[in-house]
Design a protein around this ligand. Structure first.
Ligand SMILES: Cc1ncc(COP(=O)(O)O)c(C=O)c1O
Length: 365
């Protein structure tokens, strides 16, 4: 029987068990407890910023960031066509209109020229997504945002630890949103984080996610809030995982080096290009086949060898709720979806596993 590889499974062990036990022993398992603020503090420390506001998911983080910026009915928000649907749904939750633009064929990230081309009087924000951990051209995006006076909410849900220049992704725009879903670089089971430059805004987000509860009076709610808080149990897991973040990032980087080295003899395989000024977190190592390839057949052959893979995200405009927002053909997004594939990148794998995957891929091609 062949060994089973891991696509994006979490890496949990004794450290996580220790933290979880401490949360249980203290009887703080829900939304009250010291680990939540400790996790926010250490997360901000890791990114080299002043503060961070935890949430129940990455989706909630994007939602609350849009809400905090006052984005709503009549406003347009520019989003890449190639992303996970959770980048876009919060725009609809707030009653605003998503405007889909195509991605760059080399980095797979939102095309800066396309952002500028699609700005109208109604545009309030853009949500660049650092797809699969690969940083967007943040210099270009911030310039367009400054020139046109629009907000930037970075979807950094897949890119914790990635850098653009000397700064971490997520810390460059007005807000940055992270996810700690089970398949992400670190996990809290489910959870998210918002970071941003304006400390008053972050404090307001902490208040909003806690049912807009004013603690100076008993059960008093001066605004309409949300129940989007992280729990102490989740934060306990997060603290343990944060201690291991560098271990995970180093491993992912090593996996990327092995994939690139071992697959470079196959001319038809191309990797996501990393901006010259950036360092990817390599959340999911993903490749593009430059010739026609039946991806489903390839996936089946790899599964038979114990290797799980994942199709690239279906462009969001393909889904029924978004079809009517389709303005053009989004050629690059569809090319990448049709010819791309994400390879096992979980840190549960070993370098030998990645070697084995490369050999298997060469065989089945
Ligand atoms: C690009 C992108 N945006 C948003 C999200 C939403 O994060 P979550 O699953 O924590 O809500 C995810 C992850 O699932 C994602 O990959």
């Amino acid at each position: 029987m062949c060994k089973k590889m891991h696509l994006d499974a979490p890496n949990l062990g004794d450290l996580e068990k220790g933290y979880l036990n401490r949360a249980i022993d203290a009887n703080f398992v829900s939304t009250v407890g010291p680990f939540v603020t400790e996790f926010e503090k250490r997360f901000a420390g890791y990114l080299g910023i002043r503060d961070a506001a935890s949430t129940q998911s990455g989706t909630a983080a994007i939602h609350i960031a849009l809400h905090e910026l006052g984005i709503g009915a009549g406003d347009e928000v520019i989003v890449p066509a190639l992303t996970f649907i959770a980048t876009v749904n919060p725009v609809i939750y707030e009653g605003a209109t998503p405007v889909f633009v195509d991605v760059d064929p080399l980095t797979w990230n939102i095309d800066v020229k396309e952002i500028e081309r699609n700005i109208t009087k109604k545009t309030k924000a853009v949500i660049p997504v650092h797809i699969y951990g690969n940083p967007c051209d943040m210099e270009g995006i911030m310039k367009v945002a400054r020139d046109h006076n629009i907000y930037v909410i970075e979807d950094a849900t897949e890119s914790l630890g990635a850098r653009y220049g000397s700064r971490h992704t997520g810390t460059i725009g007005n807000f940055g949103c992270f996810s700690f879903n089970g398949n992400k670089i670190i996990t809290t089971g489910g959870g998210g984080m918002v970071v941003g430059k304006n400390v008053d805004s972050l404090n307001h987000i902490k208040f909003l996610v806690n049912q807009a509860r004013d603690n100076s009076k008993e059960y008093y709610h001066p605004e309409i809030g949300f129940n989007d808080r992280m729990t102490n149990i989740e934060a306990a897991l997060g603290l343990a995982q944060l201690e291991r973040l560098d271990e995970f990032l180093n491993k992912k980087k090593l996996f990327n080096e092995i994939y690139r080295q071992e697959l470079k003899s196959i001319e038809s395989i191309r990797f996501q290009e990393v901006h010259e000024n950036a360092e990817s977190a390599y959340w999911l190592n993903s490749i593009l086949f430059e010739k026609d390839m039946d991806i489903a057949v390839l996936q089946k052959r790899l599964v038979d060898r114990g290797i799980p893979t994942r199709r690239i995200f279906t462009p969001v405009i393909e889904f029924p709720p978004y079809k009517s927002y389709k303005k053009r053909d989004y050629k690059n997004s569809f090319d990448i979806y049709n010819r791309g594939l994400s390879l096992p990148s979980s840190t549960l794998n070993t370098p030998d596993d990645i070697d084995y995957i490369c050999k298997a891929l060469k065989e089945v091609m």
